[in-house]
Design a protein around this ligand. Structure first.
Ligand SMILES: Nc1nc2c(ncn2[C@@H]2O[C@H](COP(=O)(O)OP(=O)(O)O)[C@@H](O)[C@H]2O)c(=O)[nH]1
Ligand SMILES: *[C@@H]1O[C@H](CO)[C@@H](O)[C@H](O)[C@H]1NC(C)=O
Ligand SMILES: *[C@@H]1O[C@H](CO)[C@@H](O)[C@H](O)[C@H]1NC(C)=O
Ligand SMILES: *[C@@H]1O[C@H](CO)[C@@H](O)[C@H](O)[C@H]1NC(C)=O
Length: 384
């Protein structure tokens, strides 16, 4: 047992960084419905129904929070009570309700879809309790459903494009994507982002969502901020885009340099939800064809690589605490360079592939972790 614990801890360190840091789009849990209680043959008494495990769609909860609320990831509903003198009809076992994010789908381990939750307060029984014992089943209560299930956050696109207005989001999306994806039905969304499908010669397809509406103050729900930020969580990879010349929201706002803009984007994401900053991200510095762009870029490129160093220069209300760590920073001209577009296109594919591989490795660790748990699992109550 001691040995197993050591293995488990050692392996845990291999979790991909952003999982550790708190971003999660999939969670495996182990659910069991309660046993049905036994009947009482002498009086024809019926055992109580076993409790159910139920998922409930909840706004403002992340899968990471679900995990943190019960790190064992086990949910065992209550057993039905036996029929007795006092209770001829045994009381039912207690249900367990798990709050999960709106817009999750529920799958078995083999990938069979069991259900999905698309609107607030919607419920779904994942594990039914066993029936109580009665005359037709020999007065023996039956076992509830027991199995592992996956909760998956439904993604809207592989890539989420994020930037302040005029950074060049729509220019990039239309230059890089050749087709509109078949719009899937996303009933859990209130705002539909613009989607594009990036096609490759070998038929690989990557979807990208333009998530507009991010402005200074978006976290305060100015503009359409919240509605779109919500989607950011439903993408694999964040693609941030800023104008090398900086940004000014409107005349009453100060002009922000390119570096300020990146810090501000970081801050807006963080203020909305700190863990968004831990999502894998790339940074595009756009409009490199404009006058003096190369000089401006040379001046800031080292700082961009280590934002934490310059973040300290900002006032508290602008200074992010959780700093974006870009996997790559790419200067481009979305409007005027086909080569840049082709370059970005291949980079996106490469980074998604790396991410997929990280996930697979992670999955292996999860399985190991689970097997160890399986050994330690306490036995379910036995019926005579
Ligand atoms: N010079 C230059 N202008 C660009 C570039 N990309 C976009 N623009 C211009 O910037 C403005 C805003 O672009 P748009 O794609 O609408 O930005 P969005 O608000 O982020 O979607 C438009 O006038 C574009 O033509 C670029 O690479 N170079
Ligand atoms: C959390 O995990 C434990 C077991 O390990 C389980 O019995 C319990 O039902 C779970 N708690 C909640 C609140 O669901
Ligand atoms: C019901 O009866 C069985 C058999 O006597 C016993 O093992 C079990 O613990 C009882 N269940 C409850 C909930 O009391
Ligand atoms: C980034 O800057 C911080 C603060 O100055 C410094 O401690 C850290 O070593 C730097 N990291 C890299 C990778 O340069």
């Amino acid at each position: 047992m001691v040995f197993k614990t050591v293995v488990l801890l050692a392996k845990k360190h291999k979790y991909r960084n952003y999982l550790k840091a708190g971003f999660r789009d999939s969670l495996k849990i182990f659910v069991s419905g309660g046993y049905g209680g036994n009947g009482l043959p002498k009086f024809g008494g019926i055992g109580g129904q076993g409790g159910n495990v139920i998922v409930v769609a909840t706004e403002d909860i992340s899968l990471e929070e679900v995990y943190k609320q019960n790190k064992t990831r086990r949910y065992n509903a209550g057993n039905g009570k036996n029929s007795s003198h006092n209770f001829i009809r045994g009381p039912a076992g207690e249900d367990i309700k798990i709050n999960v994010p709106v817009g999750v789908s529920i799958h078995t381990e083999l990938g069979k879809k069991l259900g999905e939750l698309d609107s607030k307060n919607e419920e779904f029984i994942i594990a039914k309790g066993g029936t109580g014992g009665h005359s037709k089943n020999g007065y023996l209560g039956t076992q509830g459903q027991v199995y592992p299930v996956r909760l998956d956050l439904k993604l809207i696109a592989d890539i989420g494009l994020v930037g302040f207005p005029n950074a060049g989001k729509s220019t990039l999306l239309s230059a890089i994507s050749h087709a509109k994806p078949k719009i899937a039905n996303y009933p859990f969304t209130t705002v539909r982002p613009h989607l594009g499908m990036i096609l490759f010669k070998d038929e690989r397809q990557i979807s990208m969502a333009d998530l507009p509406g991010l402005i200074e103050g978006a976290h305060l729900n100015k503009g359409m901020g919240h509605k779109f930020l919500k989607h950011v969580e439903r993408t694999e990879l964040l693609l941030l885009i800023v104008d090398i010349n900086g940004f000014q929201l409107s005349p009453q706002y100060p002009h922000r340099t390119c570096l300020d803009t990146v810090v501000l984007l970081n801050k807006e994401l963080e203020l909305y939800k700190p863990h968004l900053v831990d999502k894998p991200s790339l940074l595009l510095i756009n409009k490199m064809d404009s006058d003096g762009a190369q000089d401006k870029y040379n001046e800031i490129k080292d700082d961009l690589k280590n934002l934490s160093k310059i973040a300290t220069n900002y006032e508290d209300n602008l200074k992010p605490e959780n700093i974006l760590k870009f996997r790559e920073i790419i200067p481009i001209s979305a409007k005027n360079s086909k080569d840049d577009i082709a370059f970005v296109k291949n980079k996106l594919r490469k980074h998604l592939d790396i991410l997929a591989e990280e996930k697979i490795n992670d999955e292996e660790n999860f399985n190991l972790y689970q097997n160890v748990r399986e050994h330690m699992k306490e036995k379910a109550p036995k019926l005579v």
